[in-house]
Design a binder for this molecule. Structure first.
Ligand code: 3Y8
Ligand code: NAP
Length: 268
């Protein structure tokens, strides 16, 4: 039970509990793997989705869906739900969520760790051109019309209407409510993780001559890179955005060990 201490009429609630209560910011393969471990360990945890997709993957722990309402909303959630640990297992391009998690953890003095995956690096046979961000990727598409696999999902498609002369092969998780704002496009509705054979077949069927993607890292989206390598296709790779310093893990088992040791007698 929480201990409420009054000092001069100011109630200071100090949560001292021996049982962790984890908020897992999800939306990645790694988050799903950690959720499985937390469920097997019978730990109290909630996986959080932003609500970007219509039918997110079911999880073995309770799920909440939707934004928190900025940093203040996240601080309120952490305090009102007596969260003891926040694990940021969001995608490396979910930079706003990650920045909010760092600030909210500092304001609530709650333990924070990130679970991510290393960036992809080009290997033998890869034909990569690396660019800093979406805008640089758009600028890099000057020149004759091409057939581009735009493997960025839905959120950034409008940026490429500045280069309307290419034929874009799009892959969305959900069918869009309106046609994408690109005059020449083919739309595939599918969710990953994907396979090399599947992506190779897709690239050949659509006569793809350039693959454009984010440096997401991890196994769930890497198939297209192997397929591009096999087919000798160039890749335009968008580098990850800056993320604030925080404790970082790359294995969900290490996060479980950290939860067991990270102090939880903290004021929240
Ligand atoms: C809502 C949860 C799991 C997690 C699976 C991973 C792998 C498959 C590959 C391509 C690239 C892309 C996209 C992608 C992958 C995993 C992982 C990953 C890339 C789901 C999911 C949610 C989302 C959000 C969605 C974005 C979009 C990005 C499609 C669930 C399936 C392109 C990122 O329609 C939209 O608005 C989609 C938005 C953010 C990027 C964008 O800007 O459009 N992911 N993807 C999460 C939430 O609401 O919090 O629906 O089950 C999760 C996964 N997508 O447990 O199996 O670990 O990364 N997701 C990219 O990497 O470039 C597809 O097509 O080759
Ligand atoms: P983002 O731009 O960093 O975050 C924008 C806002 O979305 C956040 O401020 C927050 O809203 C809300 N949000 C983001 N992730 C959330 C989560 N897990 N739970 C609750 N609210 C969340 O995020 P994004 O890039 O759109 O990514 C959204 C989700 O899709 C994340 O779960 C991420 O892991 C997943 N995803 C993203 C990509 C990608 O390419 N960006 C790829 C695969 C999966 P409030 O400010 O209201 O709290």
């Amino acid at each position: 039970m929480p201990m409420i201490v009054n000092h001069g009429g100011i109630a200071i609630s100090t949560i001292s509990s021996s049982t962790p209560n984890i908020l897992l910011l999800g939306g990645t393969t790694e988050a799903t793997a950690l959720a499985m471990l937390l469920a097997e360990a019978r730990m109290t945890a909630t996986l959080s989705y932003a609500g970007r997709t219509a039918n997110p993957r079911p999880q073995p722990i309770p799920v909440r869906v939707g934004g928190f309402g900025g940093v203040d909303g996240l601080v309120d959630y952490v305090r009102s739900h007596r969260i003891t640990h926040v694990v940021d297992a969001t995608h490396p391009f979910a930079a706003t969520m990650s920045a909010h998690a760092v600030e909210a953890a500092a304001r609530t003095n709650v333990a924070l760790a990130a679970l991510t995956r290393p960036a992809w690096t080009p290997g033998t046979g890869d034909r990569w051109t690396q660019v800093a961000d979406i805008a640089a990727a758009v600028a890099a598409l000057d020149g004759p019309g091409r057939r581009i696999m735009l493997a960025l999902g839905r959120q950034h498609v409008a940026s490429f209407s500045a280069q309307p002369h290419h034929h874009y092969i799009l892959r969305f998780v959900d069918a869009p409510d309106h046609p994408p704002p690109l005059p020449l496009h083919s739309l595939i509705v599918d969710r990953g993780p994907f396979t090399v054979d599947g992506d190779s077949t897709l690239m050949q069927a659509h006569r793809v001559d350039l693959v454009l993607c984010k440096n997401a890292g991890g196994p769930g989206a890497a198939a297209k890179l192997a397929a591009a390598r096999q087919l000798g296709l160039p890749v335009l790779m968008i580098d990850r955005p800056w993320l604030p310093d925080r404790l970082l893990f790359e294995a969900s088992e290490d996060v479980l060990r950290w939860i067991g040791h990270a102090g939880i007698d903290r004021g929240v």
